[in-house]
Design a binder for this molecule. Structure first.
Ligand SMILES: *Cc1c(COP(=O)(O)O)cnc(C)c1O
Length: 346
């Protein structure tokens, strides 16, 4: 039996339609700009996000790093949420490879930085200070249950950025989850940012890749940075072919993942020994905890779930779990998780 994997939406296998398209993909050398399938994916991604051009990259981390290195240089400062993926979970790439200094700010329960605090963090024009160059945003906000942040937040940050001539990069790893959850076009969010990258390889089910989008001039410079990072790929059309299917047919169905996440969260709330605020679950990410009276650790619960039913969950600390819904876990799998967990905690 295949494992039932709630650890992340990165575990999604490519769909049968993707595998077929990959096998048939027309390819060329993409470093020469000659892979027609990559070119098609980049144009499609640009159109979807309302930007002039796109750049296919190997991962979300590479998309963000490429963007950051294109926007800012050594000694520059980037304002970023203290629990943002670009700050916490990308191995310090902006500092390690760019000499860029992050300025982390607190975020609220939805992942928003205080707009006035962002403005206060911008350095004055004084040689004591690093030159503030960039604001890094994220949507949906992974560390806050994948909260889908509204366009009004982006507009407010945009106003600050314009006042101080800063660029904005959006880490939109789950951008389409954010748009679908709010029932708005993705461009309502992306129109307020200079560049955006999103993952094809999470809920959209493609096996590999992200796309970075921005102005044609920005993407031309980003292409050079991608080459520096070793990300110039050759016959990458076999990968891009899956990405085209992801963008054409996997976006609308993300609402199913959100419905399943909500059902899972509400079911978890009914299990004695589990602490969760189901109303915080708006997309496909669910954090929940063990109540103090439960004698097991999160790791022990995770191991028992695996042994009993081949269900995989992430333990994020000794009392906390993360579950993520996606294409390959539907309502039967959600129900099995709820039943098995209730049995374990009884
Ligand atoms: C997954 C993720 C990334 C990075 O994507 P990888 O493809 O794993 O490198 C960046 N930002 C957020 C918010 C993510 O969830």
């Amino acid at each position: 039996m295949d494992k039932i994997d709630f650890r992340s939406d990165t575990v999604t296998w490519p769909t049968p339609a993707m595998r077929e398209a990959m096998a048939r993909a027309q390819v060329g050398d993409d470093v020469y700009g000659e892979d027609p399938t990559v070119n098609e994916l980049e144009a499609l991604a640009a159109a979807k996000t309302g930007k002039e051009a796109g750049l296919f990259v190997a991962s979300g981390t590479m998309g963000n790093l490429t963007a950051i290195l294109t926007h800012a240089g050594r000694g520059d400062q980037a304002i970023v949420g203290e629990d943002a993926h670009t700050y916490r979970y990308e191995a310090g790439g902006m500092a390690a490879l760019g000499g860029i200094m992050p300025c982390p700010l607190p975020t609220d329960e939805t992942g928003q930085m205080d707009v006035a605090a962002v403005e206060s963090a911008v350095s004055p024009n004084d040689p004591h200070f690093p030159h503030t160059r960039l604001i890094l945003l994220e949507n949906s906000y992974g560390a806050k249950n994948g909260y889908p942040l509204p366009p009004t937040y982006f507009q407010a940050i945009r106003t600050v950025a314009e006042r101080h001539q800063l660029s904005i990069h959006l880490d939109g790893a789950r951008l389409f989850n954010a748009a679908v959850a709010q029932n708005i076009p993705v461009t309502e969010i992306t129109r307020h940012v200079d560049s955006v990258s999103f993952c094809l390889s999470k809920g959209l089910c493609a096996p590999v890749g992200s796309v970075l989008c921005g102005t044609a001039e920005f993407i031309q410079r980003a292409r050079r940075i991608r080459k520096i990072l070793g990300g110039g790929m050759r016959q990458a059309g076999v990968l891009a072919a899956a990405g085209i299917i992801a963008l054409n047919s996997m976006i609308e169905r993300l609402s199913d993942d959100h419905t399943n996440a909500r059902i899972l969260a509400e079911g978890l709330a009914r299990i004695p020994g589990i602490i969760i605020q189901p109303e915080r679950v708006k997309t496909n990410i669910i954090f929940f905890e063990l109540a103090a009276e439960v004698p097991m650790t999160a790791d022990e619960v995770v191991n028992t779930l695996r042994q009993k039913a081949n269900i995989w969950l992430s333990a994020t600390n000794s009392r906390q779990f993360r579950a993520v819904t996606h294409y390959w876990v539907g309502q039967p799998e959600v129900n099995l998780l709820l039943e098995t967990l209730a049995e374990i905690l009884r």
